[in-house]
Design a protein around this ligand. Structure first.
Ligand code: BJW
Ligand code: ZN
Length: 246
């Protein structure tokens, strides 16, 4: 894979690098994306499975789908893309990682201070009183657990459509896009807001925008550079190139 020397030079000079990741980064670990032709939303209805209304209408169905996805996540490992992003933290004077992913594979790869915009699939909380749930999650007949405090239904700690993103994660992301000088958008279709606005805002605040994605996205036309390859291939090669010009 060829990487333009202008791109490598730009990355080399950067002082504050920010990375926004999406499902594509975990694709090479065997976790399905959402909007690719073989992605989750090609077969399943997001309104039924990833909204509060969907959960309230059929809690058992939604709970069992998340239990299934949790099993998949627990059987996977970070890939070369995750490890390259973890290494980037050590390469640049300042670095920030914002992810839409709920699988915690960035943390498993060694990334610190990950800003999780859409929560995570590992933890659970009560839909009614929001209290974290630490009890047994696998019950007979696929029943979902109930809150010991208020009897409410337990749900995964992800962000569903129509729900606000965690305030602190959003505030931190705004701060990052205002301050970074280089912004990578990696493995995201950039179709889900407010996350999709971050690369655009970073550029408006003066950062160079690099997109890493084998396919064109909603923000491709806006990027200063594109690395049109899987992140597990493009990012390790980019890191090698940076070392070569040390
Ligand atoms: C590779 C690769 C490889 C493949 N290497 N790349 C403004 C305008 C319009 C709509 C809205 C708006 N503001 C809010 C909305 C509504 C809504 C929204 O954005 N809808 C759009 C779909 C139109 N947003 C919300 O509801 C958000 N909340 C909110 O805004 O609250 C305020 C509010 C409330 C009420 C009304 C209005 C405002 C919440 C969004 C929550 C998203 N939740 C999900 C599910 C999480 C839980 C779970 O996992 O089940 O998050 S949906 C799903 O999409 C998931 C992802 O994080 C998210 C983004 O997807 P991502 O990561 O980009 O994946 P894909 O599949 O789309 O793309 C993968 C990419 O990888 C592709 O480009 C491939 O090419 C690439 N790829 N292999 C690199 N190897
Ligand atoms: Zn409760």
């Amino acid at each position: 894979m060829k990487i333009a020397s202008e791109l490598v030079q730009t990355v080399k000079k950067a002082k504050y690098v920010a990375v926004l990741t999406g499902a594509g980064v975990s694709a090479e670990s065997g976790i399905a994306t959402f909007r690719d032709p073989d992605g989750l939303w090609a077969k399943l209805n997001p309104a039924e499975l990833a909204s509060v209304d969907g959960f309230m209408s059929n809690p058992k169905l939604v709970w069992s789908w998340y239990q299934h996805r949790r099993d998949i996540v627990h059987s996977t490992e970070p890939n070369k893309g995750h490890y390259a992003i973890a290494e980037m933290e050590k390469v640049f004077p300042e670095f920030a990682l914002i992810t839409q992913n709920v699988d915690r594979l960035h943390q498993s790869a060694g990334s610190n201070d990950v800003v999780e915009l859409h929560g995570n699939i590992i933890e659970n909380h009560c839909q009614k009183c929001k209290k974290p749930f630490l009890g047994e999650t696998t019950l007979p007949d696929g029943e979902l657990p109930r809150c010991s405090e208020c009897g409410g239904m337990i749900r995964p700690s992800v962000v569903w459509f129509g729900e606000n993103l965690p305030f602190e994660a959003m505030a931190k992301s705004e701060e990052i896009v205002e301050s970074c000088d280089l912004f990578f958008s990696v493995g995201t279709s950039a179709e889900v807001y407010p996350a999709a606005a971050l690369p655009v805002k970073a550029k408006q605040y003066g950062a160079t925008l690099i997109e890493v994605n084998p396919n064109k996205t909603a923000i491709s036309h806006y990027a200063d550079f594109r690395l049109e390859a899987p992140s597990g291939i493009a990012l390790p090669i980019l890191l090698e190139k940076l070392k070569e010009i040390e």
